[in-house]
Ligand binder design. Structure first.
Ligand code: ADP
Length: 422
Protein backbone atom coordinates (compact mmCIF):
# COMPACT_ATOMS: atom_id res chain seq x y z
CA UNK A 1 0.00 0.00 0.00
CA UNK A 2 1.27 3.47 -0.76
CA UNK A 3 -0.13 6.94 -0.71
CA UNK A 4 0.00 7.14 -4.50
CA UNK A 5 -2.88 4.62 -4.71
CA UNK A 6 -6.49 5.45 -4.01
CA UNK A 7 -6.92 5.71 -0.23
CA UNK A 8 -9.91 3.91 1.19
CA UNK A 9 -10.92 5.77 4.37
CA UNK A 10 -13.50 4.92 7.01
CA UNK A 11 -14.94 7.83 9.04
CA UNK A 12 -16.74 6.72 12.21
CA UNK A 13 -18.67 9.55 13.88
CA UNK A 14 -22.27 9.85 15.04
CA UNK A 15 -22.33 13.60 14.44
CA UNK A 16 -23.33 14.52 10.87
CA UNK A 17 -21.73 17.93 11.17
CA UNK A 18 -18.42 16.52 12.38
CA UNK A 19 -18.38 13.96 9.57
CA UNK A 20 -19.06 16.71 7.07
CA UNK A 21 -16.21 18.77 8.53
CA UNK A 22 -13.80 15.87 8.08
CA UNK A 23 -15.11 15.23 4.56
CA UNK A 24 -14.67 18.85 3.65
CA UNK A 25 -11.19 18.94 5.07
CA UNK A 26 -10.28 15.78 3.19
CA UNK A 27 -11.53 17.24 -0.08
CA UNK A 28 -8.70 19.72 0.08
CA UNK A 29 -6.11 17.14 1.17
CA UNK A 30 -3.36 16.32 -1.30
CA UNK A 31 -4.11 12.65 -2.01
CA UNK A 32 -6.88 10.76 -3.85
CA UNK A 33 -9.32 8.97 -1.59
CA UNK A 34 -12.67 7.22 -1.22
CA UNK A 35 -14.76 7.61 1.90
CA UNK A 36 -17.09 5.22 3.71
CA UNK A 37 -19.01 6.57 6.69
CA UNK A 38 -20.27 4.84 9.81
CA UNK A 39 -22.12 6.37 12.75
CA UNK A 40 -21.46 3.83 15.52
CA UNK A 41 -19.26 0.92 16.57
CA UNK A 42 -21.42 -1.84 15.08
CA UNK A 43 -21.74 -0.24 11.62
CA UNK A 44 -17.98 0.47 11.71
CA UNK A 45 -17.32 -3.23 12.46
CA UNK A 46 -19.66 -4.22 9.65
CA UNK A 47 -17.87 -1.95 7.17
CA UNK A 48 -14.52 -3.36 8.25
CA UNK A 49 -15.79 -6.88 7.60
CA UNK A 50 -16.88 -5.94 4.08
CA UNK A 51 -13.96 -3.82 2.90
CA UNK A 52 -10.28 -3.25 3.42
CA UNK A 53 -9.47 0.27 4.56
CA UNK A 54 -6.21 2.09 4.50
CA UNK A 55 -7.10 4.17 7.54
CA UNK A 56 -9.95 4.77 10.00
CA UNK A 57 -10.83 8.17 11.48
CA UNK A 58 -12.62 7.38 14.72
CA UNK A 59 -14.62 9.69 16.95
CA UNK A 60 -14.01 8.99 20.63
CA UNK A 61 -17.59 8.93 21.85
CA UNK A 62 -20.09 6.79 19.93
CA UNK A 63 -23.70 5.85 20.75
CA UNK A 64 -22.93 2.13 21.29
CA UNK A 65 -19.47 2.43 22.84
CA UNK A 66 -16.29 4.41 22.68
CA UNK A 67 -13.11 4.45 20.61
CA UNK A 68 -11.14 2.77 23.39
CA UNK A 69 -13.23 -0.41 23.52
CA UNK A 70 -13.62 -0.53 19.73
CA UNK A 71 -9.86 -0.28 19.21
CA UNK A 72 -9.24 -2.95 21.86
CA UNK A 73 -11.76 -5.30 20.23
CA UNK A 74 -10.40 -4.68 16.72
CA UNK A 75 -6.78 -5.16 17.76
CA UNK A 76 -7.71 -8.33 19.62
CA UNK A 77 -9.31 -9.64 16.42
CA UNK A 78 -6.09 -8.92 14.54
CA UNK A 79 -7.29 -5.81 12.73
CA UNK A 80 -4.18 -3.74 12.43
CA UNK A 81 -5.21 -0.93 10.09
CA UNK A 82 -4.07 2.58 11.12
CA UNK A 83 -6.65 4.24 13.41
CA UNK A 84 -6.65 7.99 14.05
CA UNK A 85 -8.89 8.98 17.00
CA UNK A 86 -10.66 12.32 16.86
CA UNK A 87 -10.86 13.69 20.37
CA UNK A 88 -12.48 16.72 21.97
CA UNK A 89 -10.44 19.73 22.94
CA UNK A 90 -8.24 19.09 26.02
CA UNK A 91 -8.85 15.32 26.12
CA UNK A 92 -5.17 14.49 26.69
CA UNK A 93 -5.95 11.64 29.10
CA UNK A 94 -8.27 10.08 26.49
CA UNK A 95 -5.56 10.48 23.87
CA UNK A 96 -3.05 8.66 26.06
CA UNK A 97 -5.47 5.79 26.68
CA UNK A 98 -6.41 5.28 23.03
CA UNK A 99 -2.76 5.34 22.03
CA UNK A 100 -2.08 2.67 24.66
CA UNK A 101 -4.98 0.61 23.31
CA UNK A 102 -3.39 0.64 19.84
CA UNK A 103 -4.47 3.82 18.04
CA UNK A 104 -1.94 5.07 15.53
CA UNK A 105 -2.48 8.73 16.35
CA UNK A 106 -5.07 11.24 17.59
CA UNK A 107 -6.27 14.65 16.52
CA UNK A 108 -8.37 17.20 18.35
CA UNK A 109 -11.57 17.84 16.37
CA UNK A 110 -10.97 21.57 16.63
CA UNK A 111 -7.73 21.10 14.68
CA UNK A 112 -9.29 19.22 11.76
CA UNK A 113 -7.94 21.01 8.70
CA UNK A 114 -6.82 19.70 5.27
CA UNK A 115 -3.14 20.01 6.13
CA UNK A 116 -3.47 18.52 9.61
CA UNK A 117 -5.64 15.67 8.38
CA UNK A 118 -3.46 14.71 5.45
CA UNK A 119 -0.36 14.95 7.63
CA UNK A 120 -1.81 12.76 10.33
CA UNK A 121 -3.29 10.19 7.90
CA UNK A 122 -0.07 9.94 5.94
CA UNK A 123 1.89 9.62 9.18
CA UNK A 124 -0.43 6.89 10.45
CA UNK A 125 -0.21 4.99 7.19
CA UNK A 126 3.56 5.30 7.09
CA UNK A 127 3.77 4.01 10.63
CA UNK A 128 1.50 1.17 9.71
CA UNK A 129 3.57 0.32 6.66
CA UNK A 130 6.72 0.41 8.75
CA UNK A 131 5.12 -1.89 11.31
CA UNK A 132 4.01 -4.27 8.57
CA UNK A 133 7.55 -4.18 7.22
CA UNK A 134 8.94 -5.03 10.64
CA UNK A 135 6.44 -7.86 11.04
CA UNK A 136 7.32 -9.22 7.60
CA UNK A 137 11.03 -8.87 8.22
CA UNK A 138 10.65 -10.63 11.56
CA UNK A 139 8.67 -13.40 9.92
CA UNK A 140 11.31 -13.71 7.23
CA UNK A 141 14.02 -13.82 9.87
CA UNK A 142 12.14 -16.48 11.79
CA UNK A 143 11.68 -18.53 8.62
CA UNK A 144 15.35 -18.11 7.68
CA UNK A 145 16.29 -19.09 11.20
CA UNK A 146 14.13 -22.19 10.97
CA UNK A 147 15.62 -23.07 7.61
CA UNK A 148 19.11 -22.58 9.04
CA UNK A 149 18.27 -24.84 11.96
CA UNK A 150 17.07 -27.53 9.56
CA UNK A 151 20.22 -27.08 7.43
CA UNK A 152 22.44 -27.27 10.52
CA UNK A 153 20.68 -30.45 11.59
CA UNK A 154 21.14 -31.92 8.10
CA UNK A 155 24.80 -30.89 8.06
CA UNK A 156 25.37 -32.46 11.45
CA UNK A 157 23.74 -35.68 10.22
CA UNK A 158 25.93 -35.61 7.11
CA UNK A 159 29.01 -34.94 9.26
CA UNK A 160 28.17 -37.95 11.40
CA UNK A 161 27.58 -40.07 8.32
CA UNK A 162 30.90 -38.99 6.81
CA UNK A 163 32.61 -39.67 10.12
CA UNK A 164 31.25 -43.19 10.31
CA UNK A 165 32.04 -43.79 6.62
CA UNK A 166 35.56 -42.56 7.30
CA UNK A 167 35.88 -45.00 10.15
CA UNK A 168 34.67 -47.82 7.91
CA UNK A 169 37.08 -46.74 5.16
CA UNK A 170 39.95 -46.62 7.61
CA UNK A 171 39.07 -50.08 8.84
CA UNK A 172 38.84 -51.40 5.28
CA UNK A 173 42.09 -49.68 4.36
CA UNK A 174 43.83 -51.13 7.41
CA UNK A 175 42.56 -54.60 6.54
CA UNK A 176 43.72 -54.19 2.97
CA UNK A 177 47.15 -52.97 4.05
CA UNK A 178 47.43 -55.85 6.49
CA UNK A 179 46.41 -58.27 3.77
CA UNK A 180 48.94 -56.78 1.35
CA UNK A 181 51.71 -56.84 3.90
CA UNK A 182 51.02 -60.47 4.83
CA UNK A 183 50.67 -61.63 1.24
CA UNK A 184 53.77 -59.80 0.08
CA UNK A 185 55.74 -61.26 2.95
CA UNK A 186 54.44 -64.77 2.29
CA UNK A 187 55.17 -64.56 -1.43
CA UNK A 188 58.62 -63.03 -0.97
CA UNK A 189 60.01 -66.06 0.89
CA UNK A 190 59.31 -68.65 -1.85
CA UNK A 191 60.25 -66.05 -4.49
CA UNK A 192 63.68 -65.66 -2.93
CA UNK A 193 64.02 -69.44 -2.98
CA UNK A 194 63.10 -69.55 -6.70
CA UNK A 195 65.67 -66.86 -7.46
CA UNK A 196 68.34 -68.54 -5.34
CA UNK A 197 67.80 -71.94 -6.95
CA UNK A 198 67.72 -70.54 -10.49
CA UNK A 199 71.04 -68.82 -9.74
CA UNK A 200 72.51 -72.10 -8.45
CA UNK A 201 71.33 -73.80 -11.64
CA UNK A 202 72.94 -71.10 -13.77
CA UNK A 203 76.25 -71.39 -11.91
CA UNK A 204 76.38 -75.01 -13.15
CA UNK A 205 77.68 -76.46 -9.85
CA UNK A 206 74.94 -79.07 -9.94
CA UNK A 207 75.64 -80.08 -13.52
CA UNK A 208 76.34 -78.00 -16.58
CA UNK A 209 73.27 -76.56 -18.33
CA UNK A 210 72.82 -76.47 -22.07
CA UNK A 211 72.50 -72.98 -23.58
CA UNK A 212 68.74 -73.26 -23.83
CA UNK A 213 68.45 -74.56 -20.22
CA UNK A 214 70.65 -71.66 -19.08
CA UNK A 215 68.47 -69.17 -20.90
CA UNK A 216 65.35 -70.70 -19.30
CA UNK A 217 66.93 -70.50 -15.83
CA UNK A 218 67.88 -66.88 -16.59
CA UNK A 219 64.29 -66.11 -17.52
CA UNK A 220 63.05 -67.72 -14.30
CA UNK A 221 65.50 -65.52 -12.40
CA UNK A 222 64.61 -62.30 -14.30
CA UNK A 223 60.88 -62.79 -13.96
CA UNK A 224 61.14 -63.69 -10.29
CA UNK A 225 63.26 -60.63 -9.72
CA UNK A 226 60.67 -58.43 -11.47
CA UNK A 227 57.95 -59.98 -9.38
CA UNK A 228 59.97 -59.40 -6.24
CA UNK A 229 60.43 -55.75 -7.25
CA UNK A 230 56.69 -55.43 -7.69
CA UNK A 231 56.03 -57.05 -4.31
CA UNK A 232 58.52 -54.76 -2.60
CA UNK A 233 56.83 -51.75 -4.14
CA UNK A 234 53.42 -52.95 -3.04
CA UNK A 235 54.72 -53.53 0.45
CA UNK A 236 56.35 -50.09 0.56
CA UNK A 237 53.20 -48.49 -0.70
CA UNK A 238 50.91 -50.24 1.75
CA UNK A 239 53.25 -49.29 4.61
CA UNK A 240 53.37 -45.66 3.53
CA UNK A 241 49.66 -45.59 3.01
CA UNK A 242 48.85 -46.96 6.43
CA UNK A 243 51.32 -44.57 8.06
CA UNK A 244 53.40 -47.45 9.35
CA UNK A 245 56.59 -46.20 7.72
CA UNK A 246 59.29 -45.26 10.16
CA UNK A 247 61.44 -42.22 9.48
CA UNK A 248 64.78 -41.56 11.09
CA UNK A 249 66.96 -38.53 11.00
CA UNK A 250 70.73 -38.69 11.09
CA UNK A 251 73.61 -36.66 9.63
CA UNK A 252 74.22 -37.64 6.01
CA UNK A 253 76.78 -36.53 3.45
CA UNK A 254 74.21 -35.89 0.76
CA UNK A 255 76.81 -35.51 -2.00
CA UNK A 256 78.25 -38.96 -1.23
CA UNK A 257 74.77 -40.46 -1.12
CA UNK A 258 73.82 -38.97 -4.49
CA UNK A 259 77.09 -40.11 -6.09
CA UNK A 260 76.88 -43.64 -4.66
CA UNK A 261 73.24 -44.13 -5.65
CA UNK A 262 73.87 -42.87 -9.17
CA UNK A 263 76.83 -45.25 -9.46
CA UNK A 264 74.60 -48.18 -8.45
CA UNK A 265 72.43 -47.45 -11.47
CA UNK A 266 75.26 -46.79 -13.95
CA UNK A 267 75.11 -50.31 -15.40
CA UNK A 268 71.45 -49.74 -16.37
CA UNK A 269 72.42 -46.53 -18.22
CA UNK A 270 75.39 -48.27 -19.85
CA UNK A 271 73.14 -51.04 -21.19
CA UNK A 272 71.22 -48.34 -23.11
CA UNK A 273 74.36 -46.38 -24.03
CA UNK A 274 73.16 -43.38 -22.05
CA UNK A 275 75.49 -40.91 -20.40
CA UNK A 276 74.93 -40.64 -16.64
CA UNK A 277 76.36 -37.41 -15.23
CA UNK A 278 76.39 -36.23 -11.61
CA UNK A 279 76.98 -32.57 -10.73
CA UNK A 280 77.51 -31.52 -7.14
CA UNK A 281 77.16 -27.76 -6.56
CA UNK A 282 76.83 -27.72 -2.81
CA UNK A 283 79.32 -26.33 -0.30
CA UNK A 284 78.00 -27.69 2.97
CA UNK A 285 77.29 -31.30 2.11
CA UNK A 286 75.97 -32.29 5.53
CA UNK A 287 72.25 -32.61 5.94
CA UNK A 288 70.10 -34.44 8.51
CA UNK A 289 67.58 -36.77 6.97
CA UNK A 290 66.64 -40.41 6.50
CA UNK A 291 69.35 -41.70 4.16
CA UNK A 292 67.51 -44.92 3.24
CA UNK A 293 64.40 -42.99 2.20
CA UNK A 294 66.42 -40.50 0.19
CA UNK A 295 68.26 -43.33 -1.53
CA UNK A 296 64.91 -44.93 -2.41
CA UNK A 297 63.68 -41.62 -3.89
CA UNK A 298 66.81 -41.27 -6.02
CA UNK A 299 66.69 -44.89 -7.21
CA UNK A 300 63.07 -44.45 -8.32
CA UNK A 301 63.68 -41.18 -10.15
CA UNK A 302 67.01 -42.08 -11.78
CA UNK A 303 65.80 -45.52 -12.85
CA UNK A 304 62.67 -43.93 -14.33
CA UNK A 305 64.87 -41.42 -16.19
CA UNK A 306 66.91 -44.28 -17.62
CA UNK A 307 63.81 -46.35 -18.38
CA UNK A 308 62.09 -43.55 -20.33
CA UNK A 309 65.18 -42.33 -22.24
CA UNK A 310 66.34 -44.00 -25.44
CA UNK A 311 69.28 -41.74 -26.30
CA UNK A 312 71.17 -38.87 -24.80
CA UNK A 313 71.88 -38.43 -21.12
CA UNK A 314 70.66 -38.34 -17.58
CA UNK A 315 72.04 -35.63 -15.34
CA UNK A 316 71.71 -35.64 -11.57
CA UNK A 317 72.37 -32.25 -10.02
CA UNK A 318 72.72 -31.49 -6.34
CA UNK A 319 72.57 -27.83 -5.37
CA UNK A 320 71.62 -25.32 -2.72
CA UNK A 321 67.94 -24.30 -2.99
CA UNK A 322 67.96 -21.88 -0.06
CA UNK A 323 70.02 -21.61 3.10
CA UNK A 324 68.10 -24.43 4.73
CA UNK A 325 66.97 -26.46 1.72
CA UNK A 326 68.81 -28.55 -0.85
CA UNK A 327 67.62 -29.43 -4.35
CA UNK A 328 68.21 -32.58 -6.35
CA UNK A 329 67.29 -32.39 -10.03
CA UNK A 330 67.11 -35.48 -12.23
CA UNK A 331 67.08 -34.38 -15.83
CA UNK A 332 66.72 -36.70 -18.81
CA UNK A 333 66.54 -36.40 -22.58
CA UNK A 334 63.79 -39.01 -22.83
CA UNK A 335 60.27 -39.26 -24.16
CA UNK A 336 58.89 -36.50 -21.91
CA UNK A 337 55.40 -36.27 -20.46
CA UNK A 338 52.44 -34.49 -22.10
CA UNK A 339 50.91 -31.65 -20.01
CA UNK A 340 47.61 -33.51 -19.58
CA UNK A 341 49.42 -36.42 -17.92
CA UNK A 342 51.76 -34.40 -15.73
CA UNK A 343 49.33 -34.04 -12.81
CA UNK A 344 48.41 -37.72 -12.81
CA UNK A 345 51.77 -39.45 -12.93
CA UNK A 346 52.06 -39.24 -9.12
CA UNK A 347 48.82 -41.15 -8.70
CA UNK A 348 49.06 -44.82 -7.76
CA UNK A 349 49.02 -47.19 -10.74
CA UNK A 350 49.12 -44.30 -13.22
CA UNK A 351 51.10 -45.00 -16.36
CA UNK A 352 50.99 -42.69 -19.32
CA UNK A 353 51.17 -45.60 -21.74
CA UNK A 354 48.49 -47.99 -20.56
CA UNK A 355 48.41 -50.16 -23.68
CA UNK A 356 49.29 -53.80 -23.41
CA UNK A 357 51.98 -53.24 -26.03
CA UNK A 358 53.84 -50.63 -23.98
CA UNK A 359 57.58 -50.90 -24.13
CA UNK A 360 58.43 -50.24 -20.50
CA UNK A 361 57.61 -52.55 -17.66
CA UNK A 362 56.42 -51.05 -14.41
CA UNK A 363 53.69 -50.91 -11.82
CA UNK A 364 52.75 -47.25 -11.85
CA UNK A 365 53.54 -47.17 -8.15
CA UNK A 366 57.07 -45.72 -8.30
CA UNK A 367 56.13 -42.03 -8.39
CA UNK A 368 53.28 -42.44 -5.87
CA UNK A 369 55.78 -43.99 -3.47
CA UNK A 370 58.36 -41.33 -4.33
CA UNK A 371 56.00 -38.48 -3.60
CA UNK A 372 54.95 -40.00 -0.28
CA UNK A 373 58.58 -40.52 0.64
CA UNK A 374 59.48 -36.94 -0.26
CA UNK A 375 56.63 -35.72 1.91
CA UNK A 376 57.76 -38.02 4.68
CA UNK A 377 61.11 -36.22 4.50
CA UNK A 378 59.19 -32.91 4.69
CA UNK A 379 60.16 -31.96 1.16
CA UNK A 380 58.40 -31.38 -2.10
CA UNK A 381 58.63 -32.75 -5.62
CA UNK A 382 58.00 -30.98 -8.91
CA UNK A 383 58.19 -32.02 -12.53
CA UNK A 384 58.86 -30.10 -15.70
CA UNK A 385 58.67 -31.84 -19.02
CA UNK A 386 58.43 -31.35 -22.75
CA UNK A 387 56.96 -34.16 -24.78
CA UNK A 388 59.67 -35.62 -26.98
CA UNK A 389 62.52 -33.65 -25.37
CA UNK A 390 62.80 -34.88 -21.81
CA UNK A 391 61.79 -34.36 -18.21
CA UNK A 392 63.24 -32.88 -15.05
CA UNK A 393 62.11 -34.11 -11.64
CA UNK A 394 63.09 -31.71 -8.87
CA UNK A 395 63.18 -32.83 -5.24
CA UNK A 396 63.58 -30.13 -2.61
CA UNK A 397 64.43 -31.25 0.91
CA UNK A 398 65.03 -29.45 4.19
CA UNK A 399 68.59 -29.67 5.49
CA UNK A 400 67.18 -30.74 8.87
CA UNK A 401 64.37 -33.24 9.10
CA UNK A 402 62.30 -32.09 12.05
CA UNK A 403 61.02 -35.25 13.69
CA UNK A 404 59.10 -33.34 16.34
CA UNK A 405 56.48 -32.55 13.71
CA UNK A 406 57.06 -35.82 11.93
CA UNK A 407 53.64 -37.21 12.86
CA UNK A 408 51.92 -34.32 11.08
CA UNK A 409 54.03 -34.87 8.01
CA UNK A 410 53.40 -38.58 8.08
CA UNK A 411 49.70 -37.91 8.12
CA UNK A 412 50.08 -35.39 5.29
CA UNK A 413 52.10 -37.90 3.30
CA UNK A 414 49.56 -40.63 3.88
CA UNK A 415 46.67 -38.37 2.94
CA UNK A 416 48.56 -37.47 -0.24
CA UNK A 417 48.39 -41.07 -1.36
CA UNK A 418 45.59 -41.25 -3.92
CA UNK A 419 42.38 -42.90 -2.91
CA UNK A 420 42.40 -45.02 -6.05
CA UNK A 421 44.37 -47.52 -4.05
CA UNK A 422 41.78 -47.75 -1.30
P1 ADP B 1 56.22 -47.02 -13.52
O1 ADP B 1 56.38 -48.22 -12.69
O2 ADP B 1 55.27 -47.21 -14.67
O3 ADP B 1 57.52 -46.43 -13.94
P2 ADP B 1 55.93 -44.62 -12.01
O4 ADP B 1 54.95 -44.28 -10.97
O5 ADP B 1 57.36 -44.61 -11.65
O6 ADP B 1 55.48 -46.00 -12.57
O7 ADP B 1 55.71 -43.65 -13.23
C1 ADP B 1 54.40 -43.40 -13.66
C2 ADP B 1 54.40 -42.99 -15.12
O8 ADP B 1 54.99 -41.69 -15.24
C3 ADP B 1 55.26 -43.87 -16.01
O9 ADP B 1 54.53 -45.01 -16.43
C4 ADP B 1 55.58 -42.93 -17.16
O10 ADP B 1 54.49 -42.90 -18.04
C5 ADP B 1 55.69 -41.58 -16.47
N1 ADP B 1 57.10 -41.25 -16.17
C6 ADP B 1 57.75 -41.34 -15.00
N2 ADP B 1 59.01 -40.89 -15.08
C7 ADP B 1 59.17 -40.48 -16.36
C8 ADP B 1 60.26 -39.90 -17.10
N3 ADP B 1 61.46 -39.65 -16.54
N4 ADP B 1 60.05 -39.61 -18.40
C9 ADP B 1 58.85 -39.85 -18.98
N5 ADP B 1 57.79 -40.39 -18.35
C10 ADP B 1 57.94 -40.70 -17.06
Amino acid sequence: MSLETHLNLLIVDDDDVDRMAVRRALKNADFPFRITEACDCSSATEALEQQTFHCMLLDYLLPDGNALSLIQTLRKEGQNLPIVVLTGQGDEQVAVEVMKAGASDYLAKAKVSPTQLSKIIQGAIRLYEAEIQVVQTNRLLRETNERLKVKTRQLEQQRQQIHSQNLQLMKASQLKSQFLATMSHEIRTPMNAIMGFSQILMQGNKGKLTDSQHSMAQRIFDNSSNLLGLLNKLLDFSKLESGRSEVMSAPVNVAKLVLATTEELRSLADQKHLKLITKIQLEDKKIETDADRLRQILVNLVSNAIKFTESGQIEVQLSEETEDRVAIAIQDTGIGIAPQHRDHIFEAFCQVDQTTTRQQAGTGLGLAITRSLVELLQGEIQVESTLGSGSTFLVILPRYLDLATDQDFKEAAVSAIPSSFI
